[in-house]
Write a protein that binds this ligand. Sequence first.
Ligand code: 26W
Length: 820
Amino acid sequence: MTEYTAPKASITSAAFTDEIREQLRYTQGVTPEQATAADVYVATAAAVRRHLMDAWMTTQHDMVTGSTKAVGYFSAEFLMGKQLRNALLNAGLSDQFDDAVKALGCDARDVIDAEYEPGLGNGGLGRLAACYIDSLASKGVPAFGYGIQYRYGIFRQEFDEQGRQVERPDYWLANEEPWGHIDYNRSQRVGFGGVVTGKDDVRTWEPAWCVRAVPVDYMVPGYESGRVNTLRLWSARSYDEFDLLTFNRSGYLAAVKPQVKAENISKILYPEDSTPQGKELRLEQQYFFTAASIHDAIRVFYPGQEHPDLTTLPDKICFQLNDTHPVIGIPELMRVMIDEYGYDWDTAWRTTTACFNYTCHTLLPEALEVWPASLIGSLLPRHLEIIKEIDRRFVAQLKTLTDDAEKIDRMRIVTLAADGKEPKVRMAYLATAGGSHVNGVAALHSELLKDVTLRDFSDVFGDKFTNVTNGVTPRRFVKLANPRLSDLITDGLGTDRWVSHLDMLKELVPLAKDDAFVRRFAEVKQANKVDFAAYARREYGFEIDPNTMINSMVKRLHEYKRQSLKILAVISQYADIKSGRVAAEDIVPRTVVFGAKAAPGYRMAKLTIRLINNVARVINADPDVKGRLSVYYPWNYNIRLAEHLIPATDLDEQISQAGKEASGTGNMKFALNGALTVGTLDGANVEIRELVGPENFFLFGMTVDEVEALYDKGYQPSSYYDADPRLKQAVDMVSDGTFSDGDRGVYKPLTSDWLNKDYFMTMADFSAYMDIQGEIETLYRDPLEWNRKALLNVANSGYFSSDRAIDDYLANIWKTGPMD
Ligand code: 26W
């Protein structure tokens, strides 16, 4: 493949400053003297967009007229993070910006901070989508991200005076948002409800109500590729149609109700990230954006054609389903082809299965979406008919492949109405049957998917299953987040090509033998820690000592991720010092940093947050441990906080129960920024450990097989409590009111779960986790050796670039590549 690279922007700083001035004056109507940092931000965003505009239009033109198959990445979430720095980097205008803000007399940081972070995702899955569209654009692959422009993103997290999580609405569009371009001329009509009429072979769906899907387009500039792709997020608007009949009968309010209902569809991002609520509105969201996107793709690739040959659609674009959320797109494409364009079933099915592929992001059975057939039937009656027909034919096909009737029943897409249970539609099964490939997101996860979650399917359709280990973009998470390390890498390698060829980091391996280089690496980490301490003081009022080990655990709060294991270990160490068993001078001074949001309805997770906050309160106020152990829980963990914390972290926690974390992507970001990992053999930890070397990774805990064996044997968490006095003491301190001002009732649901149920086996892994702390502390006392290992983590983590992950998707699933 030839690499197409456009010339870097060659504009001078003075010229760029003038462009910003011009935007200030003629778009915002302020003089440079009057301009606030927020004004300069908006003006700069507009100036950068102008620079990218030609490349954006060329890219779209080449995509439609060229012969390279495009990718449509369908995702209910895109967790983009702030745009300005990234856009500047990819437009080749970073230096010019730094000079321009100086010339305009303002502070670059204030300008960057003026951007409100869009939080259109919950966590890993949404951030992965953002990394992938960055890599697609950087490779020059024609691609669309398709999703929803929620008016309210993930809630803003606050803590009350008791340490409890409080959710505040995230109205991110309250101020000017200069990146999204609303394109009213390319809106789509999306129908809901109503009835289906007609004979068997010609069915007509008459929806009861319609929503206007309006695209809001975001530029996705590639790094040094000269290409700018599009992230198309749909916003729901009502039609200016008034139900006159209702108006006459029951008045004005009833008549506008459908309008209000329509606009609600894109109002809010659901904050659950593992337990689907089965809410009607969520299904409406899913259908809303997939239907609009499919119609959009047809409009884009068959412009102005009344009778397009849709059998060629799979040559023009393939649709990647980011988890089950967009799976309703499969029956939608069937419906479009059969009902709107008159194709027969077999042709429509051949085309549809060739277009779609499905990525599964979980192993938790409760996270697999299942919709009551009745709900689909009332909201999308024609789709339910099609799903039932897919199911009927699927079962017939299975009968030709196996005699195992029970297995066939287990595999049904629509469950049978047995024992008074109503039929349900299993979206993961629909995706597996209706697409060409199914992939997991790390080697271990893909294996477990085949052996456990989708076992019957992999027996019958083994060829469909594949793995693509996740990756993260080195632009945002190394180059931008960690400029000091980036400069050191560039210095060590003698080139900055690593930013788009991250496997080049391997060439740093020999430098780990060079003590002088390792010391420079250590200085980078130390400087980042000083920066982070300043950031934490400014933003949160924390007093973090940058001369302590920074030990981070940041991710969604979920029982399987086991924040409780970490907090129990912290309590245990605290108790050791308090009781005099360990002299305070003998422990390595450590600052533990948590960051995590909990789903608003997730009781155990919210109680864990409260516990962590109160442990932090007690420990940080105790003079006996001052300077040795402190705990901070900055609220509202988001991309920006990640960008500050990750480069400053010494030790990263990836301690989920083996077999539960599909991949993890934080683990990759930390390793790439020179943190060591303490972790279980779970998700991508397995591959990280293999690549960086077992001697450079702190492994502990049960394996997947050991977990299974223990479940089978009958797991009794209290036996571990009885056996390890450290565990007993830590749990007792949670029960006895130490962290609740003497109130013994507050954490009862937690402690009682730990001792009686403990589904994720925190108790069973506690001793191993405590034991490895000794190893961690010994190594940390030898800064040169610690940093050597940290450097080897950086050098051997190039594999975890999202560019590599995208190469895997291109080669094995999408079968396409960069545009000519
Ligand atoms: C409410 C329904 C629902 C169910 C699952 C919403 C969102 C989900 C996601 C699949 C949760 C998620 O973000 N999964 C994470 O995906 C990452 C990217 O592949 C992985 O690295 C994480 O291990 C996985 O938990």
